[in-house]
Design a protein around this ligand. Structure first.
Ligand code: B12
Length: 426
């Protein structure tokens, strides 16, 4: 079958190499399909580029990768669903059925499908699910088209991944254009997170780990093309310590000429993980911390110190993404967190007090069951899942600013520019 894969993500703060598209394209090609990739990001007029491709080439099906539903930041809020709808409509005008995928789609699959009018969606990794969908498409198309929306969304989280899949990268996407604008290459060692943070869209995703040898092989091929600067594309690296050790050993064994930045949480963590990071060229960890977590018994401030000190001892920089003001959180635990980091002094602490309320999260469920929390919303809770802007803020900005004072270690997330890897690049 002839399939056009479109990268719909044209957001540039910072630009993101669409690795999900690369994975989807490689998976389809491995099953013998003819795949064209249309990356809209480099084009000043993305729609014109899409039309140009559609006029010049013939396809049977279009897949659109939707990476971000929105920016998730209250102070710089942009919702990308209306732009997606325009792309879907253009594809449909050409008679192409559209299948959506990507992390923005997964954030609220049913609502995005309904709003854009796309025919199908894959909720989860494409590796196995997309080729299976395409294999059945011709035979099942008629029945599928008339099915209700739920039945037109494939649950790929349960289907999982092929852990040994190591897609060829930097074939369809022109990396140098992204790198020139401040992007770095990404790589993933696992999918999902297994966590239960009330505000996060990823808690619905099942956790699947890749084979460390496949990760190292993919990186080796990318490094051989001259790419030496990376960002990890796992929700958090240290979900399973044994897997971390395996990945780090495979990377070290492959002697990769690279450096990388990654997300981690405070636990689990041990000396072997920290040593492995240093050995494999990790230069920056963004540590995700919720100020409410220690009081709720999820980890202790000693655990946070272990990670911070361990990284510092090994010369790995550490920035903290600190989320404060979870529903029901006591102001005392926010104060405790701020005083902790004022003393611990990582490179930076990005403080976020605005939680985007996504449909299907525990935060949405809490708001439905506890109307007294609505006082902290920046708009009315709609009757259905909030596809558009809705933020929960329990700690007013002036109060938070007063608590932080003028200490330069703190930065207000969403108000100041720059992601961690852009700020702490050597
Ligand atoms: C690493 C990361 C970053 C890094 C990226 C570094 C880099 N060079 O790649 C940085 C820090 C730069 C970043 C920035 C942002 N990020 Co970010 N990021 C991630 C993270 C952790 C990994 C993304 C990734 O590449 N995954 C690996 C790839 C392989 O997976 P994937 O893209 O999902 O693709 C798979 C499937 O989705 C599917 N698929 C993909 N495309 C398609 C297409 C079709 C047709 C099909 C069927 C399937 C399919 O198959 C693929 C593989 O099998 C995710 C969370 C997560 N765990 O995914 C958040 C995440 C994607 N980011 C998010 C956000 C909001 C942002 C920002 C907007 C934040 C901000 N305000 O600045 C920016 C956007 C930048 C941009 N230009 O798009 C949100 C998006 C959710 C939402 N609200 O819509 C996420 C989900 C985090 C979260 N939990 O909220 N991010």
């Amino acid at each position: 079958m002839r399939i056009l894969l479109v990268n719909a993500n044209t957001f540039s703060n910072p630009p993101c190499i669409p690795i999900g598209v690369e994975y989807a394209a490689a998976a389809l090609r491995a099953h013998g399909h003819a795949v064209g990739v249309c990356d809209l990001w480099p084009h000043p007029s993305p729609l014109e580029e899409l039309l140009r491709r559609l006029n010049a080439e013939e396809y049977d099906l279009a897949g659109v990768s939707f990476r971000n539903l929105d920016t998730a930041q209250a102070a710089r809020y942009i919702n990308f669903v209306p732009d997606l709808r325009v792309i879907v409509e253009e594809l449909q005008k050409r008679g192409l059925p559209v299948i959506l995928g990507g992390s923005g789609f997964q954030a609220m699959p049913r609502e995005v499908l309904d709003y854009t009018g796309a025919e199908f969606g894959i909720d989860g990794p494409a590796d196995l699910a997309l080729p299976r969908f395409v294999a059945q498409f011709d035979a099942a198309r008629g029945a599928w088209m008339g099915a209700p929306a739920e039945a037109r969304i494939v649950n790929a989280h349960v289907m999982g991944i092929n852990p040994d899949f190591a897609p060829e990268r930097a074939v369809d996407i022109y990396y140098p254009a992204y790198i020139a604008k401040g992007s770095v290459a990404g790589f993933a060692t696992q999918y999902g997170c297994g966590g239960a943070c009330e505000y996060c869209v990823e808690t619905r995703a099942a956790h699947h780990m890749r084979n460390p040898a496949a990760v190292a092989a993919e990186l080796k091929a990318l490094c051989a093309q001259g790419f030496d600067d990376y960002h990890l594309c796992d929700a958090e690296f240290n979900i399973n310590l044994e897997h971390c050790h395996g990945v780090l050993d495979a990377m070290a064994g492959a002697r990769l000429p690279m450096r990388w930045a990654l997300y981690m949480k405070p636990v689990p963590c041990d000396a072997a993980l920290l040593d492995g990071l240093r050995r494999t060229g990790a230069y920056l960890v963004t540590l995700s911390v919720d100020s409410a977590a220690p009081a709720r018994g999820q980890y202790s401030w000693d655990d946070v110190s272990f990670a911070l000190d361990g990284l510092r001892d090994r010369g790995v920089k550490c920035a903290v993404d600190l989320t404060v003001g979870l529903p029901g959180e006591d102001i005392g635990s926010v104060r405790r967190a701020i005083e902790f980091f004022r003393a611990a002094r990582p490179e930076k602490v990005n403080v976020n007090a605005y939680l985007r309320v996504y449909g299907g999260t525990r935060l949405e469920a809490l708001l439905r069951s506890q109307p007294e929390l609505h006082a902290h919303l920046d708009d009315e809770l709609p009757p259905g899942p909030p596809l558009f802007r809705l933020f929960y803020n329990q700690l007013p900005l002036p109060e938070l600013k007063a608590m932080l004072g003028d200490d330069p270690v703190f930065k207000l997330e969403g108000f100041d520019r720059g992601t961690n890897y852009e700020l702490f690049h050597d």
